[in-house]
Design a protein around this ligand. Structure first.
Ligand SMILES: C[S@@+](CC[C@H](N)C(=O)[O-])C[C@H]1O[C@@H](n2cnc3c(N)ncnc32)[C@H](O)[C@@H]1O
Length: 228
């Protein structure tokens, strides 16, 4: 009996310590979404092409684009191929990614900045904001039934609402590989869905609903236009 009591106590103490460590670990990354920096050039050719089509005719004088979570800059270089007459602002929360991006890319129309609300607002408003493989925790959420403790909907909604507010009327928001559906946010009401015939889903990252419960149905949409 005594041994069982001791074992129970030890288990409870271990769980307590584990929870404290998890809380501390999460606090280190409070402002961060995806933790890894994987990227490559022209990573989403069909999506970029669909976004280009969606923006044809808008802003004859050139368009202003934000790459949110630009990593080491390859995404900005890729966007340059599809949007030749544009200013591209890449923001990331990881300083060493930004240093690499700045030292590798020499294009006067591409700028890199630390990701924070002040910088993002100051360079806006934007005709297009790309959030690709950033509004998620992958693969930490891969096998979860509920993601509240790892990456809660509230965090996604706060960021996507802020970004949506930085888009010009008629501009587009492009979200790919996120843990949540833009349709579940309150700000979605200000947008229309754009059909993307060559892109059949919104990425391989698993989806959760606004209660952080896993969703198994296929989610298709990834480009949204702000209503006039
Ligand atoms: C997997 S990479 C995606 C890079 C690129 N968008 C792509 O799809 O190839 C995710 C990036 O998001 C960045 N990130 C995470 N939280 C961020 C935040 N709050 N603001 C801006 N970037 C963030 C990470 O530092 C990382 O460079």
């Amino acid at each position: 009996m005594l041994l069982i009591k001791i074992l129970k106590r030890i288990t409870a103490e271990i769980n307590l310590l584990r929870n404290k460590l998890m809380k501390f670990y999460r606090s280190l990354y409070a402002n961060q979404h995806q933790l890894t920096s994987t990227t490559s050039e022209n990573r989403y050719p069909e999506l970029f092409e669909e976004a280009r089509k969606a923006l044809i005719g808008s802003a004859a004088a050139g368009i202003n684009i934000l790459s949110y979570g630009c990593s080491t800059g390859e995404e900005c270089l890729s966007l340059r191929r599809y949007f030749s007459n544009s200013r591209i602002v890449g923001v990331d929360i990881n300083r060493s990614n930004l240093q690499i991006a700045k030292s590798n890319i020499d294009d006067p129309g591409i700028e890199f900045q630390m990701s924070n609300e002040t910088n993002i607002k100051a360079s806006g408003p934007y005709h297009a904001i790309f959030c690709l493989s950033v509004l998620c925790r992958w693969e930490d959420t891969k096998f979860l039934q509920n993601c509240a403790n790892v990456y809660p909907f509230s965090k996604y909604e706060a960021t996507i609402t802020f970004l949506a507010n930085q888009i010009e009327k008629g501009g587009v928001l492009i979200i790919y590989n996120s843990n949540f559906r833009f349709e579940d946010t309150r700000v979605f009401g200000e947008f229309d869905i754009i059909n993307t015939p060559s892109v059949s889903d919104s990425g391989f990252v698993v989806k959760f609903d606004s209660f952080n419960n896993r969703v198994e149905t296929l989610h298709r949409h990834c480009i949204y236009r702000k209503k006039f």
